[in-house]
Design a protein around this ligand. Structure first.
Ligand code: GLN
Length: 454
């Protein structure tokens, strides 16, 4: 009830929730109480969560914040959300996001921009919460839920977490089932939590993760008790500092934050080593070929027949065209066009295959570092703090917006786990985050190390 009141009071300003489900929440909370009274509560009993609109929730609004999915209410539940409900969590509603998770500022949503609850010192300017999981990050930061689900294809958990002073982890590709999560780029998409601190993120990920026969890319490995490693010593650990993440034009205060992070980890007993990830500079261009290619294929299913919106036409092709023209936003159309172009005959080898080769090289960079004894890699999470609403204009300068993902996309390209943890404030008093990158399926090391930084 406290969270529902908080949402009522603040959501009009923040636009973090696009659908609130108070009746469902209270009903789930009562069921939770009954289980607890009977002495058999799950690990998340009664914990109120917000759910990114990318996750299918049975009988409840699921539109990936796109007009083309108007009115779509799935008759099934995503595996990740089902895992949370099975552990006793309570759903407060569906959270705003960039349309089909394409964006870094939550401004491509059909439901409008999300406003970051943070403000620069002495300023009233509205700031973006980052994206695409901007609703998740803003809701957690503003206490409109105890934690939230999110997804990360190229940074969409970690960048919004960094912009809002929250913790977000993208687990290893395959750690969480993608079943029932609206697909953006299937070889990159992973679900993960955004939470108020490392401990909450650890508890939530444990519940969200599972092998799932409905997603053959989910991996059959035991899910460790992530919370158990918090507080363990970093003695004997090697932390890699990749030189290539010192990008041109990076503000001094980001470098200072990075050095501060290095000092904290040293103090905690870790050994710091300089490493090289030489293909880093190709990650962003390769990502913006691979992700749109997969998106153009995944989004072919929205044809006015199977889901959501339909705009009638004089014949079926006309109906497809009118539906897709009206249903998709500008950025989604841009991605579909880029994707279709790079997959078309004649360009496939030059762009798509080349990007896939680059992806292998990026993955190999990380493998070499880990094989040389590095346990985790420390980088900044983003090249800046949160920027103003409408400041970075996707329509006129999409590449500038894409540069937000410069530190985060490598992790998705390599399938590795990455966590963003709040590490300080910039000169405007806005949160800044550091990122830790780990070995495949070694989220424990990330939680343990991030816990030292937070
Ligand atoms: N900002 C990136 C993009 O627009 C990443 C999005 C994401 O991780 N879903 O593609």
């Amino acid at each position: 009830e406290a969270y529902i009141s908080a949402i009522e009071a603040a959501n009009e300003k923040l636009n973090a929730y696009i659908k609130v489900t108070p009746e469902k929440a209270l009903q789930m909370a009562e069921a939770s109480d009954a289980r607890l009274a009977g002495g058999k509560g799950g690990e998340l009993e009664g914990i109120p969560l917000g759910i990114k609109d990318l996750f299918a929730t049975e009988g409840i609004h699921t539109q990936a914040c796109s007009h083309i999915l108007d009115g779509f209410k799935p008759h099934y539940e995503s595996t990740v959300t089902q895992n949370l409900w099975d552990d006793g969590a309570v759903m407060l509603g569906k959270l705003n996001m960039d349309e089909f998770a394409m964006g870094s500022s939550n401004e491509t949503s059909y439901y409008g921009a999300v406003i970051n609850p943070w403000r620069s010192a002495g300023s009233n300017q509205q700031l973006v919460p980052g994206g695409s999981s901007g609703g998740s990050a803003a809701a957690v930061a503003a206490h409109l839920c105890a934690g939230a689900t999110a997804t990360d294809t190229g940074g969409s958990i970690r960048q919004p977490a960094a912009f809002t002073g929250t913790v977000g982890i993208k687990p290893t590709y395959g750690r969480c089932s993608r079943w029932g999560t609206v697909a953006f780029a299937s070889s990159l998409d992973q679900a993960g939590p955004i939470a108020r601190d490392v401990r909450d993120a650890a508890i939530l990920l444990k519940s969200m993760a599972s092998v799932d026969p409905k997603d053959t890319t989910s991996v059959d490995l035991p899910v460790p008790d992530y919370e158990a490693v918090l507080g363990q010593s970093l003695k004997g650990m090697k932390i890699g500092i990749p030189n290539e993440y010192r990008v041109d034009g990076m503000p001094d205060e980001i470098e200072t934050l990075w050095q501060q992070g290095i000092a904290w980890l040293k103090d905690a007993g870790a050994e710091i080593v300089n490493i090289s990830l030489p293909h880093t500079k190709y990650a962003l261009p390769a990502y913006y070929i691979v992700a749109p290619a997969e998106a153009s294929s995944n989004l072919a299913r929205y044809d006015g027949v199977r889901y959501g919106l339909r705009v009638d036409g004089k014949d079926i092709v006309d109906m497809y065209e009118k539906t897709r023209a009206a249903g998709f936003g500008k950025e989604v159309k841009r991605r579909i066009m880029i994707g279709t172009y790079v997959l078309s005959a004649g360009y496939y080898d030059a762009y798509y295959i080349k990007a896939q080769k680059v992806r292998t090289l990026i993955k190999r960079d990380f493998e070499l570092a880990f094989n040389a004894g590095v346990d985790a890699i420390l980088t900044p999470a983003t090249p800046s703090s949160a920027f103003g609403v409408a400041d970075e204009n996707l329509a006129s300068d999409p590449v500038k917006m894409y540069l937000n993902d410069i530190f985060t996309v490598t992790v998705n390209m390599a399938g590795l786990p990455g966590i963003a943890v709040p590490a300080g404030l910039d000169h405007k008093g806005l949160p800044l985050g550091l990122q830790l990158i780990g070995k495949p399926f070694d989220e424990e090391t990330l939680f343990k190390t991030a816990h030292v930084i937070e």
